[in-house]
Design a protein around this ligand. Sequence first.
Ligand code: NDP
Length: 306
Amino acid sequence: METVKTLIIGSGPAGYTAAIYLSRANLQPILYEGLQPGGQLTTTTQIENYPGFANGIDANELMSAMRQQAENLGTVIRSGMITRVDLSQRPFRIEVDGEWKIEADSLIVATGATAKYLGLPSELHYRGQGVSACATCDGFFYRKRDVAVVGGGDTACEEATYLASLCRKVYMIVRKPFLRASKAMQQRVFDTPNIEVLFEHNTVEVLGDESGVTGVRVRHTNGEERTIDLAGFFLAIGHHPNTDLFDGQLALDDEGYIRVEPGTSKTSVEGVFAAGDVKDPHYRQAIAAAGSGCVAALDCERFLRQ
Ligand code: NDP
């Protein structure tokens, strides 16, 4: 069993920032990247609201730079999956890829959140065959074709405008009579001629054949149904936190987000700290996640030096 002072789970802005701070504090953190190295930001395109980049920065470039910075300062970055944790006593025990491998004096949880799906059987059936929750990853496959994006938040608007630059036509399927997104994002959508917003519409069924998605059946709140021919169906309806590992071990809120002591990163277990989207149902911004990674590292450092 390997013994470490501090283990970080997650490789988004929260995890890397915590790693940068803990490395500089000479605490030799080990960071496990998980299934999506770089976290959710790697599924987006240009970031214009991360301070320090006057003309914006490519999201993947930003995450690579954070990773490199953490590594340069001494963080050991590994690619295994944490499959179980035992937080009942210290040192905490950590199972990696199905094997109990690590004992950690402290833990920083920065496992982020994952995209939600509608839960329709047809949506599940065509997942990966035209149904996607990541326009940046999969938009390329639908160049010059018609696609739909479900949702009316900032993510949906961002994905729709991105897809509009590749596809012939983008439908936004929005269940309310308005968009929830920020005014700037809404304006971008309304200014894009090949986006059509279908307000007050819900998805009834994703249609397809052996080649994948061929369309979608939608219903207006007045009961009228129509079928739209499509090649791609994108979900942008929010996220749920990646906290399955901690169920029953850390206090979670009703939606599964980790509860922290207000103004800190301290969870219900002493020595376990949470950072980023995994504890943040409200702000969910890269800069907020990075800031909370810093807070978690400082809380963790103080805890270890006690
Ligand atoms: P949001 O929760 O803000 O929006 C989710 C959208 O999906 C809403 O329009 C919601 O509808 C809709 N929705 C939810 N469930 C369903 C369902 N079952 N069927 C149909 N529609 C559904 O999530 P986002 O991912 O858009 O944003 C999360 C956070 O991240 C926000 O704070 C946002 O501001 C931020 N963000 C910021 C960006 C930026 O600044 N560049 C980019 C992306 C996100 P309804 O409104 O009816 O609830």
